[in-house]
Design a protein around this ligand. Structure first.
Ligand code: FES
Ligand SMILES: [Fe+2]
Length: 400
């Protein structure tokens, strides 16, 4: 047995250690709690923001907006091939350097007074610069820590991150490297903004309890008489991160185009030895709000970025290896994304309703049953991070 193969005991036994306490509903809408999460987690945790296939050659760059930090970030592959990240802000008077989402070029010219920065954030040239009491060395754009794993680009807004990306990912790092995403050359993407807390949004995708009720219309092939709710067959916990093992439906109701699409993905998976591999059925939940499905049959990721206590942005990506070099392949890829979007439309509606119902404050607690254990685990990790932050920020004498 591979060392990563989950042990198939009843999932209830795997989540019992977390207890069964109700969860304070405030954590899903209260601006003060969100501010703690923002400082304790999002401002100092490695966050996935893209894929190396977006930076295919030296001189390519992408821009990412992180609203929770009011930050615009440039991620650049320099002439030397290195990936660097810095704030999209001129060191003269702050003007954003680029408005485009991506581009190519080895310099960033500020449109205001034409300060010109290199692909490493250094000031290269500035008109009439000798009238400033500055050296060019003083004018480097502040850097953002950046690293990659499995082709995924992560940034950390902490000026001095306490962990490297690999330390943060722990044993997930090597496991993610075995997935198709590590070799992806392209992807299809779907983004959405939603009036809901980031945890309510993300939790929807950590539990299968709702599949049967919410996804009847899209005929999602995940429920069966053997497993009425499509529950996973196992959970594992890895520090802040977690996995579930996706149950295999013995009689999936697959539409013809889905079958074609799955067949294409399965062919790649077979060729690369991924199908039947240890992660073929693994759903990786990377703290705080990324998940990626290990199966090459439908290899997609979903990231939820907070915007405020009650607003979030989600990004779905379906990853592909090789070009969509025939019309049928391209159609199959579009179809895969359209299928996810179709299902997600049902999710968005119900997530919005969940959020609205909490806003009055009348509901004091929410509840997670055993098969919603991954949601409970996320909440507990969030509380642990907030507690650690509070302890660090309080003078020693005042600590509880
Ligand atoms: S603000 Fe960028 S050159 Fe003046
Ligand atoms: Fe759903």
């Amino acid at each position: 047995m591979n060392e990563h193969t989950p042990i198939y005991t009843a999932p209830e036994e795997q989540v019992a250690w977390m207890g069964t306490d109700p969860i304070p509903a405030k954590a899903y809408y209260d601006p003060e709690w969100f501010e703690l999460e923002r400082r304790a987690i999002f401002m100092r945790t490695w966050l996935e923001v893209g894929h190396v296939c977006e930076l295919p050659e030296p001189g390519t760059w992408i821009r990412r907006e992180l609203e929770f930090a009011q930050a615009s970030i440039l991620i650049v592959r320099g002439k030397d091939g290195q990936i660097r990240a810095f704030y999209n802000a001129c060191t003269h008077r702050g003007t954003q350097l680029v408005e485009e989402e991506s581009g190519k070029g080895t310099n960033f010219l500020c449109p205001y007074h034409f300060w010109n920065f290199g692909d490493d954030g250094r000031l290269v040239a500035a008109p009439d610069f000798n009238r400033f009491a500055l050296t060019k060395e003083d004018c480097k754009i502040p850097k953002v820590s950046v690293d990659t794993c499995a082709g995924l680009i992560f940034v950390n807004l902490d000026p001095a991150p306490k962990q490297t990306l690999r330390e943060f990912l722990g044993d997930f790092a090597d496991r993610l490297e075995t997935l198709p995403v590590a070799r992806a050359t392209t992807f299809h993407e779907y983004c959405y903004d939603i009036d809901a807390n980031w945890k309510i949004t993300y939790d929807n995708f950590q539990e299968n309890y709702h599949l049967r009720h919410v996804h009847g219309r899209t005929g999602i092939a995940t429920v069966h008489a053997d497993n009425l709710y499509g529950y996973p067959t196992g959970y594992t916990f890895h520090g802040k991160h977690r996995t579930q093992t996706i149950w295999s439906n013995p009689e999936p109701q697959i539409k013809p185009m889905q079958g074609y699409n799955f067949g294409l993905a399965a062919k790649i998976g077979m060729e690369q030895g991924i199908i039947g591999g240890p992660e073929d059925r693994t759903y990786f939940a990377v703290f705080p709000s990324l998940f990626i499905i290990g199966t090459p049959i439908q290899h997609f990721s979903h990231k939820v970025y907070p915007i405020s206590a009650t607003r979030s942005r989600g990004v779905f990506r379906v990853y592909w290896i090789g070009e969509g070099d025939t019309a049928t392949k391209r159609y199959a890829r579009e179809y895969a994304l359209a299928g996810i979007r179709d299902i997600h439309t049902e999710d968005v509606n119900i997530i919005n309703r969940a959020q609205k119902g909490l806003l009055s404050g009348a509901i004091k607690n929410v509840h997670f049953m055993s098969m919603e254990g991954l949601c409970r685990h996320l909440y507990q990790q969030v509380v642990a991070e907030v507690e650690a932050y509070r302890n660090e920020s309080q003078p020693a004498g005042e600590r509880a």
